[in-house]
Design a protein around this ligand. Structure first.
Ligand SMILES: [Zn+2]
Ligand SMILES: [Zn+2]
Length: 145
C-alpha cells in the first residue's frame, strides 16, 4: 500500500476534526460579498483533488447559502470549516483549519471584481471575476454561492 497523502485540521474548540486525503496543494481566495460576510474577510479555500473525512459531524451546523451550496461551521466555536456543493457533495475546506499549512501554493483569486479596494495580495495568481467563475462552473448567472 502506498503511503497516502493527507492533511489534518480542526476547528478552534476541537470538536470537529477533519482529514483531507489526497492531493491538497493549492490555496484559493474568494473575495465575494457572501464569503466576506461569512468569514469576516475573504475566504481561503483548499484546492486539489481530495476526499474529506470528518470526525465530529454532530457538532457541525450547515447553512444553506444558495440553491447549490451550503456552508459548514462548528456549532460550538463558530469556526467556518468548509463550503460544500450540495449536489456533488464536493467540499472545499478552509486553509485556516489545517494544523500545518506549509507547502501550499497560492493559486487563484475568484470574484476579484468584488474585492474591497483597501487590500490586494502581492502573490501572482490566476484571477477571475464572478462572471468568469459562473461561465466556467455555471450554476446560474448573477447569483452567488
Ligand atoms: Zn469548534
Ligand atoms: Zn465567495
Amino acid at each position: 500500500m502506498n503511503a497516502e497523502k493527507s492533511r489534518t485540521g480542526q476547528c478552534l474548540c476541537g470538536k470537529v476534526k477533519i482529514r483531507l486525503v489526497g492531493e491538497v496543494h493549492d490555496a484559493g481566495v474568494c473575495h465575494c460579498s457572501m464569503c466576506q460576510r461569512w468569514c469576516g474577510g475573504p475566504a481561503f479555500g483548499l484546492g486539489g483533488d481530495y476526499d474529506v473525512e470528518i470526525d465530529g459531524e454532530d457538532a457541525i451546523v450547515y447553512y444553506r447559502s444558495s440553491e447549490w451550496a451550503e456552508r459548514g461551521f462548528c456549532g460550538t466555536c463558530g469556526t467556518n470549516l468548509f463550503y460544500r456543493l450540495v449536489e456533488s457533495g464536493k467540499l472545499m475546506a478552509h486553509t485556516g483549519t489545517l494544523d500545518d499549512q506549509s507547502g501550499l501554493t497560492f493559486k487563484s483569486q475568484i470574484f476579484i471584481d468584488e474585492k474591497p479596494d483597501w487590500y490586494a495580495f502581492a502573490n501572482e495568481t490566476e484571477n477571475m471575476t464572478g462572471a468568469e467563475v459562473f461561465a466556467m462552473y455555471a450554476p446560474k448567472e448573477g447569483d452567488q454561492g
